[in-house]
Design a protein around this ligand. Sequence first.
Ligand code: Q46
Ligand code: ZN
Length: 312
Amino acid sequence: MKCTRCKAKAEVHLRAHNAGFCRPCYLEYFRRQVERTIARERMIGADDHVLVAVSGGKDSLALWDVLVGLGYRTTGLYLGLGIGEYSDRSHEKVETFAAARSLPLEVRTLAEQGAGLAVPDVAAATRRAPCAACGAMKRHFFDAAAHEGRFDVLATGHNLDDEAARLLGNVLRWQRDHLARQRPVLEPSHPKFVRKVKPLYLLSEYETAVYAFMRGIDYIVEECPNAEGATQLVYKDALDRLEAASPGTKRAFVKEYVRTIRPVFDTAAARDAPGECEACGMPAFGVLCSFCSLVREVEHKRARRAAAGLDA
Ligand code: Q46
Ligand code: ZN
């Protein structure tokens, strides 16, 4: 196959776009896609300072790399989740990436926030699925870091496969609140929130993997050990089959949702503006934000175990 742009020998074939690219044209294609998405959705202003949440995986590091290439002012944010060797290795990848490019990086760890706050401990203490506990904690720390550092935008590396799987899950249960909030740009609903954007939401996992490979980005290939049990993978698998039978399905599913269907849910999203968490001061819909509720639950469990003489 030949490169669709320059007719050289193609190195990558994108069935969804019925196109092939040589290496230089692919990198250009990828950057242009991100650039156009940012412009079309008004994600990032020219003077904005962007906090990029990086996990050490291909998507977030590819995103950081593209944003830097497009000339945005960025700082990386790595949150250590305390998930054994996986967290140690992902931390290493992020540090190496930032150091090699002299990019500013902020590192926070759940362990330094208090005893028993690593993801596996919180999941065990609160009997939640690890990803549910992890999701609530990540959201809290990303929001808090963006607010404290006075950033304008928080960018995450969610790709097309993530968004399609999430959309399918929300549609299967008709979760109107979740559907209303599933958008590539989430404007702040409180002064302590910043705009949240997903510039890769129309680029597939395969496309970001190819970009990361071609750019020589050393990312963590292994998945988080908790990902295996996640329902999202079942949805991803179902969507992969649909995509194989009909290339372009995932992109149409997500793109048309955002363009034509999601606005229907705007009224569903119009809930009261959040108040502030009594414990940490970040926006919350109840007395406590969901992170501080989790922390309370963990503390209660620890206190009960200590009282029963189960802990040292
Ligand atoms: S890190 Fe956290 Fe993911 Fe691991 S525990 Fe689940 S949500 S799978 S992106
Ligand atoms: Zn709180």
